[in-house]
Design a binder for this molecule. Structure first.
Ligand code: ACO
Length: 325
């Protein structure tokens, strides 16, 4: 038994913040943001929650596969920005969808969250624990951003995207292999220190701005390129393939320069490298499924194509997967 993506869906909030808009908030410029990151706009969830975004993305995937919500066996939401600490965001999504027969939970692996969730879903299907599984990446990151810190506030956005997996007996399609890694030695590279058991909610943590993302961007950048290339080789080796076998690479959309650098090292031409960061910025766990959904809707993925998915996230998590479409 293999797992196969039978549909995709996505949702971006209506409100848009352009680079020019950001020039009025911090000392930055449209030129710097575009050249250094490839980002042109980010979407902002005004009043919507992470589960609202996730629900809309999931609904699109369910509708386009013509599946009844009651047929869904499991819902996994990857997020670092849940609606609330308890209960899991996935339960709110379950209720909104009316997917009464599903079990639902969240996972947190930062920007690799979607990949980790996909691998869990893949294992459930291979072990016959579930058949139809919604794997969702959803974030409202802009509430976790320090709008006084130009090094982080320009790069993140809100959004959600989803894939619907189903079981297939065809050994020649679906998720062929996945590799996951993490290294707790580098937790300081990107961190939100509070509120949590380390620094519980207090006036102090708010005054110290500990509730916002702090990131060592440059160090993260260098590690990202190296780790993404290595894990991609690893997963390709697992299925006796090379970069030349890849039809489309869909990477975590953190920075256009990271993705292009990985593409160059892999020897992939530009048309085989999906870039959607210009449209939605870095949306953490939502970014790979957003890029996948965008490529799918644009007709860039054909039946039989070999897709290489790869991710890098705080701090540190990294992963790759091979899918035969
Ligand atoms: N506007 C203008 N200037 C800026 C801005 C800004 N928004 N931000 C930083 N600068 C300045 C800096 O102050 C610095 O100025 P100086 O040379 O006078 O000191 C200069 O630009 C260069 O700063 P760097 O930090 O070296 O800029 P860099 O080219 O590395 O780009 C960025 C920064 C975009 C953050 C990049 O490092 C990056 O994308 N890093 C990787 C992020 C990532 O992958 N994170 C992990 C995944 S996210 C997750 O897990 C949720």
């Amino acid at each position: 038994m293999r797992s196969k993506i039978i549909s995709t869906g996505s949702y971006l909030p209506e409100k848009i913040l352009t680079n020019k808009d950001l020039e009025k908030i911090v000392d930055t410029s449209d030129e710097w943001i575009t050249q250094r990151t490839g980002i042109r706009v980010r979407h902002i969830a005004d009043k919507e929650t992470t589960s609202d975004l996730a629900y809309k993305a999931a609904l699109e995937a369910i509708d386009s596969a013509n599946v009844d919500p009651l047929e869904i066996d499991a819902i996994i939401v990857a997020t670092v920005t849940p609606d609330m600490p308890l209960p899991a965001t996935a339960l709110f999504v379950q209720e909104k969808l009316g997917a009464k027969n599903a079990f639902a939970f969240d996972i947190n692996a930062a920007c690799s969250g979607f990949m980790y969730a996909l691998s869990i879903a893949d294992s459930y299907i291979k072990n016959n624990l579930a058949k139809k599984i919604l794997v969702i990446g959803a974030e409202v990151l802009t509430n976790m951003i320090d709008w006084q810190d130009r090094s982080t506030c320009v790069i993140f956005g809100d959004g959600a995207a989803c894939v619907l997996l189903d079981a297939t007996e065809n050994e020649d399609e679906g998720i062929l292999s996945m590799k996951l890694h993490s290294d707790g030695k580098y937790t300081d590279l990107m961190i939100v220190e509070a509120p949590g058991s380390y620094k519980p909610c207090s006036k102090d943590v708010i005054d110290n701005r500990d509730i916002y993302v702090k990131m060592k961007g440059n160090e993260t950048f260098k590690m990202a390129v190296r780790h993404i290339v290595e894990v991609s080789k690893e997963v390709l080796g697992d299925v006796n393939m090379e970069f030349s076998d890849v039809d489309l690479m869909i990477s975590h959309q953190a920075n256009r320069r990271i993705i292009e650098s990985v593409g160059r090292r892999a020897g992939l031409p530009a048309e085989k490298v999906v870039i959607s960061i210009d449209k939605h910025a870095n949306t953490a766990a939502a970014s790979i499924p957003l890029a996948l959904d965008w490529a799918h809707k644009n007709g860039e993925i054909k039946k039989g194509d070999i897709l290489l998915l790869n991710s890098f996230g705080a701090s540190l998590t990294w992963s790759a997967g091979i899918i035969k479409w």
